[in-house]
Ligand binder design. Structure first.
Ligand SMILES: *[C@@H]1O[C@H](CO)[C@@H](O)[C@H](O)[C@H]1NC(C)=O
Ligand SMILES: *[C@@H]1O[C@H](CO)[C@@H](O)[C@H](O)[C@H]1NC(C)=O
Ligand SMILES: *[C@@H]1O[C@H](CO)[C@@H](O)[C@H](O)[C@H]1NC(C)=O
Ligand SMILES: *[C@@H]1O[C@H](CO)[C@@H](O)[C@H](O)[C@H]1NC(C)=O
Ligand SMILES: *[C@@H]1O[C@H](CO)[C@@H](O)[C@H](O)[C@H]1NC(C)=O
Ligand SMILES: *[C@@H]1O[C@H](CO)[C@@H](O)[C@H](O)[C@H]1NC(C)=O
Ligand SMILES: *[C@@H]1O[C@H](CO)[C@@H](O)[C@H](O)[C@H]1NC(C)=O
Length: 280
């Protein structure tokens, strides 16, 4: 009994020791990839999404948002601060980026006419000296200054997708999107990426805003169960099984189901260890 307890405590502390920032970043990247698929952002908005960094989006008064979190227009009216944590120390992100936010509409909406562009800044840079690097837009050219969401009432939960792309050295914006303050309008994200040669996205995040009651039934999104995610490279399986389920993707998501609540993730890391001990 004493020995079993000792074994279980040592295994738990070993598991907790593994639950450090680098590994949480890797698991967070796996999670946002799964969220983009399950919410239909891949493939309706992006053909693929293979980020090399984790994006953190912070709205004043809300804090760091969770993937797919349901927010109100008021909550997302201020310009958020965005920071980027590379997957690991061998990732070289580069220096010149384009930051954008587009409205991917409700799941299942025909996006062939393009997307409403709520934010588009070329020449964005990252801060330095910390692992979570703040995105600095003041150095760039704000083609579209941040404009908070205002989806039409009854049009369902719109998915607002924030993306960071690496600008190639040859980056040349389309003529009609090359000067500051063009404003909000519809564009085709895929055409824009194709014309400019932007690389990535290197990181992304999304949330939803819904006004009124949907006058149709939006397509369902599936839940992300992070315990079923593949093990990120360089991460032990004990850690990767760690984040618990996050059913935050139903169209009425309230965002409360944080995938990475530190307390629940510690429990979930410990759970398989306890299960393993119980089996001894
Ligand atoms: C994270 O884990 C790795 C491998 O176990 C270790 O080398 C690194 O020091 C840990 N980092 C922190 C901040 O604990
Ligand atoms: C670092 O992250 C990148 C991007 O996710 C990945 O391709 C690479 O395998 C990782 N390297 C290590 C050593 O974990
Ligand atoms: C960064 O991007 C901006 C805007 O596209 C451009 O004017 C600038 O020359 C770029 N800087 C570098 C170092 O590539
Ligand atoms: C990096 O940080 C140092 C110290 O804060 C600062 O002097 C320097 O300008 C920064 N470089 C860039 C590219 O932001
Ligand atoms: C990043 O931004 C946050 C919030 O805007 C700020 O509190 C923090 O000091 C910034 N970090 C760096 C390294 O500039
Ligand atoms: C820019 O021009 C393209 C055609 O080249 C058009 O599809 C797009 O709507 C225009 N965008 C703006 C903001 O005028
Ligand atoms: C994650 O944790 C495991 C177990 O300690 C460690 O072997 C691995 O190096 C860590 N991954 C990274 C990217 O630090």
């Amino acid at each position: 009994m004493t020995k079993a307890l000792f074994v279980s405590l040592s295994l738990i502390s070993a598991a907790l020791a593994q639950s450090n920032t680098t590994n949480n970043t890797a698991v967070g990247i796996e999670a946002i990839q799964a969220h983009f698929s399950n919410a239909g952002i891949v493939p309706s908005l992006l053909a693929t999404f293979d980020p090399s960094a984790l994006m953190t989006v912070d709205y004043s008064g809300v804090g760091d948002i969770q993937p797919g979190q349901a927010l109100s227009e008021t909550q997302v009216s201020p310009t958020p601060s965005v920071s980027i944590t590379p997957a690991n120390s061998s990732v070289q992100l580069g220096s010149n980026f384009t930051l954008m936010m587009v409205d991917a509409d409700a799941v299942g909406t025909d996006e062939s006419a393009g997307q409403t562009r709520h934010w588009l800044v070329n020449g964005v840079t990252l801060g330095n000296g910390t692992s979570a690097e703040n995105v600095t837009t003041s150095s760039g050219i704000a083609i579209t200054e941040y404009a908070g969401p205002a989806p039409p009432s009854g049009s369902g939960p719109h998915r607002y997708v924030i993306l960071l792309y690496k600008q190639p050295d040859t980056f040349t914006p389309p003529a009609n999107l090359s000067t500051a303050n063009v404003g909000v309008s519809v564009f085709s994200l895929s055409s824009y990426i194709q014309e400019t040669g932007l690389e990535g996205p290197v990181a992304g995040m999304y949330y939803t805003v819904e006004e009124g009651t949907a006058t149709f039934t939006p397509s369902a999104t599936s839940a992300v169960v992070t315990s079923t995610l593949p093990v990120p490279s360089g991460t032990s399986s004990g850690t990767a099984s760690g984040s618990g389920s996050s059913p935050s993707q139903s169209s009425n998501s309230n965002g409360a189901s944080a995938a990475f609540g530190s307390i629940s993730s510690l429990f979930m890391i410990a759970a398989p260890v306890l299960a393993a001990v119980a089996a001894i």
